[in-house]
Write a new protein. Sequence first.
Length: 292
Amino acid sequence: MGRGHTGEIGPGCCRAKPQGVPNCNTLLLPAESATWGNMRQVKSGPDCYVTAAMEPQPHILVVDDDREIRDLLSRFLERQGMRVSAARDAKEARKLWPLGRYHLVVLDLMLPGESGLDLAKWLRSQAEVPIVMLTAMSEETDRIVGLELGADDYLGKPFNPRELLARIRAVLRRASGEGTGPKEPPPKAIHFAGWMLEPARRRLVNPDGVEVPLTGGEYELLQVLVERPNRVLTRDMLMDLLRGRQAGPFDRAIDVAVSRLRRKLEDDGRNPNLIKTVRGGGYVLAATVDRN
């Protein structure tokens, strides 16, 4: 596995798997906190991931200059039923981009040559593909800039591959508009302060009738706010409502997301009238909401 790592991948552990689904593998690791390069390994014991036979196969683009991480992450995600293409830098990623229809990009910010931030900006100019960033824990400024560019989530290195998998699945669910259970049909339109949100089309229209493009994260945040108007939502509540506690971002990411959404809503961040900051509390959408 390179660089003296002793972890190995054992034979399949699937029980009563559907016909035609390949065996999955259990990770057999020598220590609870051993690492794959910058990826933290954990013992899986008897657990394993089984490829879902009926789910479409998402295509993931992994961009990381560490070959070991690229290879191990590619194999790990493929065992979860995903198709993976890998690039070592922005140049390779640009070459791969027109060759496939990618559902999500896992992007390391610290790339040789063109930075991950520059590549994220280019990706955003090409399509609204979800982006999960991989960052060193000390790079808070880069994380914030990446989130401002429209990245959907981040994960600090070293990381647990299971956590990355959970975040990828959560972002894919949000991007596809899937829920976790039965829901009432969404209203055709939600009106607030002259704005209109169309949930079925995930579309925001300003008071002049012009559509304002939103990233997946911006739409989810706005939806949470309009569903709870004139109610103070703490950062913890927003993290739970947006992503769930297991895949929640750090507090600063919520502030960045609110700031970015305010700009889209033309709400002055220094003196906001629509999304107000409650000191020591959180945020509140100060508007009357009409759902029809």
